[in-house]
Structures are given as C-alpha cells and as structure tokens.
Design a protein around this ligand. Structure first.
Ligand code: ADP
Ligand code: MG
Length: 253
C-alpha cells in the first residue's frame, strides 16, 4: 500500500460480554504511514477492540475492513496472512532461548495452535528460512548485536522490541501494539518511539494502545479516546489533550 492509503476501516464495532458492552459501536481508521493511538483508562475496551480487529475475537456486530476486504469473523491466522500483525499486552518471550530463536519461533507459531505441534513440524529448510527472516527483522529493529543473547537477559524495553521484531516477520503493512511502553523507563520509551517513527516512515500503519498520554504526545498522528467501551474523543494529540471529556475521564469524575 502507498502512503495515505486506507488500511483498516473498523465500523461500529460492538462486543458484548453478557450484560457488559466492552466496545460500543466503535469506529476507527488507520492509513499507511500513520500512527494512531487508542487510549483510555483501564477497562475502557482497548484490548477488546484490538482482539476484534486482529481476529482473536469476533464482534457481536459491526464490520471490519482490511485492505478493502471484509475480514469480520475471519481467523487471526487469515488476517495475519493478509498483512496485519500484533503484539499482546504481556511479554511472551521464552527467557532461556536466544533472541533469534524467539523471533523465528514467533514467526512459525503465528496462527498455529501450540508450541509442540509447531516444534514437531519444522524441517531443515523451513528452519533456515525462519532464521534468515528473524535475523533480517532483528537487524531492522536495531538489535543486531543481541541476536544470540538469551532473551530473558535483556532489559524490558529491549524485550518489547524483540516482540515487535517477531511481529514484523510476517511482513505486515499494519502493526497493532498493545501497550508497548507499559513499565518502560524514559530512555526505553524514547527508543521505542524512535522505532515506531522509523517504521511509519517506511509506510507501515501503526495502531497503538497506550495508557500514558505523555508518551503519545509528539509521537502519533491521531488519537482515539475510549471510556467504558465508547469513543469519547478523536483528533490530533494536542486537540484531544485539551478535550474536557478526556480530562474528565483521566482525572476521574
Ligand atoms: P482495556 O484494554 O482498555 O484495559 P479491556 O478491553 O481489556 O480493557 O476490557 C474491557 C472490559 O471488558 C473490561 O470490563 C473487561 O473486564 C471486560 N472483558 C474483556 N474481556 C472479557 C472477556 N473475555 N469476558 C468477559 N469480560 C471481558
Ligand atoms: Mg488492555
């Protein structure tokens, strides 16, 4: 996709869990080369929205279009193959395995069911291909020097970047990052922001869930703010930051 092209178009997405409406008619768009932040207090429905978009979960109603195709109800594997990749809120690296093994295994596991079924089916050719792809993405995110280091020995900020490298192995045009900056130190957040800027400059669309307003300011192009499953504000970071509804949601009413 060329810059500015519409990648993701989620329309009126609703997800109910029994009596709870975790997402209520939420719409959002992401274009190639754009960074969109989905922000809001804990429990607002951000991860739920990610799950609907990436096919981990199926919306109760609404429509999700990716690259012009209706993907509502498609599996996460099908959607990943089309060029959407995501990270999860909690780091899931195998701490005693090397960075390159973690990235290669992540590439292999994507869409597969379990670690064991995947491990048994690796032939030599496939292993070589996965390791080469992993090495390429580790270089791309700037962790080339750490390729053969145990993943568990890296700082948390570097581990998050390893997860991004893992998500990049499917060559996505849209990347979904669920709270990548959570728990990171200032310097680590800066490194992460720099990587996101680099990827978006290459034309990648990025949808980012974030909790921390300060991290989002100066990084993203647009912000969508959620509270209790609803979109309460949308716009440029500077605009959203001044919106009384947003201040109210963050400061508590
Ligand atoms: P956020 O990521 O913004 O913190 P979530 O999307 O994780 O929020 O959760 C939104 C709401 O939906 C919360 O009230 C949460 O408890 C509820 N929820 C999320 N997933 C499920 C589920 N699988 N079953 C029932 N309730 C859920
Ligand atoms: Mg969440």
């Amino acid at each position: 996709p060329s810059k500015g092209e519409l990648l993701l178009d989620a329309r009126e997405v609703t997800r109910r869990f029994g009596g709870l409406i975790a997402c209520n008619r939420l719409s959002l768009e992401v274009r190639a080369g754009e960074i969109l932040a989905l922000i809001g207090p804990n429990g607002a429905g951000k991860s739920t929205m990610f799950n609907q978009v990436s096919g981990v979960d199926v919306p109760t109603s609404g429509k999700i279009t990716f690259l012009g195709k209706d993907v509502t109800g498609k599996t996460s594997r099908e959607i990943a193959r089309m060029g959407m990749s995501r990270t999860f809120q909690h780091v899931k690296l195998l701490p005693t395995m090397s960075v390159i093994e973690n990235v290669a295994i992540g590439a292999h596991l994507r869409g597969n069911r379990g670690v064991l079924s995947a491990a048994w089916r690796l032939d030599r050719q496939e292993e070589k291909r996965l390791l080469a792809e992993a090495a390429k993405q580790i270089e791309r995110v700037g962790l080339g020097d750490y390729m053969f280091v145990e993943a568990g020995s890296l700082a948390l900020g570097q581990q998050r970047i390893v997860e991004i490298a893992r998500a990049l192995t499917s060559d996505p045009c849209l990347l979904l990052l669920d709270e990548p900056a959570a728990g990171l130190r200032y310097k680590e957040k800066q490194a992460l922001a720099e990587l996101m800027r680099k990827l978006s400059a290459e034309g990648m669309g990025i949808l980012l869930v974030e909790h921390d307003m300060d991290f989002v300011m100066g990084l993203v192009d647009r912000v969508v703010v959620m509270e209790f499953g609803e979109k309460i504000s949308e716009g440029l970071p500077e605009e959203v930051q001044k919106d009384p509804a947003v201040l109210q949601a963050y400061l508590g009413g």
